[in-house]
Write a new protein. Structure first.
Length: 220
């Protein structure tokens, strides 16, 4: 089992709860921090001291306060560490179950994504065991983000189109906005075709239904 674990969450009660779970797994060397910058510094110092952490468990959302932070979110922290040390095991532990968020973290290289909630404690315990065995773990709640049926070809253009539709912009207005931003294609016929394609991809009956599905999937 892992020997040394770093926990990062802005709520001390969560940090303590995660620590309790780890101790039940016979992990005793546990460090807890409430700021992403502190987590990064502690992580880097451990490497310099030749006593690196085996595992990082971090929340994604950190509330801002009087302290100015370079790394403002768990995603920032994960990105920074994975960029320099891609071999490090990282578990994201968050209430955010949006499809796009999960996919971003998977692309960055997280080893597990656990949803906080009713089953969060048992799932986190399972995730630690799975990651230790060299496997990935994802809460059943967000596993759909990784299966083939949810493997949608949605790009930045699509997200921007959906976002503008969701705030009430007409296709004519979106065309003008896209031309200003240099987004292509920006013609009315192209925008209409892309919307129809999205309706098919997301199995939507109409534009209102399309936006509702896109929000449910965390695309916008």
């Amino acid at each position: 089992m892992f020997k040394k674990v770093l926990i990062a969450d802005d709520l001390e009660s969560i940090n303590q709860g995660v620590s309790t779970i780890l101790k039940k797994l016979n992990i005793e060397n546990i460090s807890k921090v409430q700021y992403c910058d502190d987590a990064y510094v502690k992580f880097k110092k451990a490497i310099i001291d030749n006593e690196p952490f085996d595992l990082l468990i971090t929340d994604l959302s950190f509330q801002t306060d009087h302290r100015e932070q370079m790394l403002k979110s768990g995603e920032d922290l994960i990105t920074a560490i994975k960029k320099e040390h891609p071999e490090v095991n990282i578990i994201a532990y968050s209430v955010d179950d949006r499809l796009q968020q999960v996919r971003r973290l998977v692309n960055i290289g997280v080893n597990a994504y656990v949803c906080k909630g009713r089953n969060g404690v048992s799932e986190l315990s399972k995730s630690v065991k799975s990651v230790y065995e060299g496997k990935r773990y994802f809460s059943p709640k967000i596993a759909k983000a990784l299966n083939n049926k949810s493997n949608l070809e949605i790009d930045i253009y699509d997200v921007e189109l959906l976002r503008n539709i969701s705030i009430g912009k007409s296709q004519e207005e979106i065309s003008a906005i896209f031309k200003t931003k240099g987004l292509s294609p920006s013609g009315l016929s192209s925008i209409e075709k892309r919307l129809n394609k999205l309706k098919i991809q997301l199995n939507s009956k109409n534009t209102i239904h399309l936006i509702a599905v896109a929000k449910d999937l965390g695309l916008i």
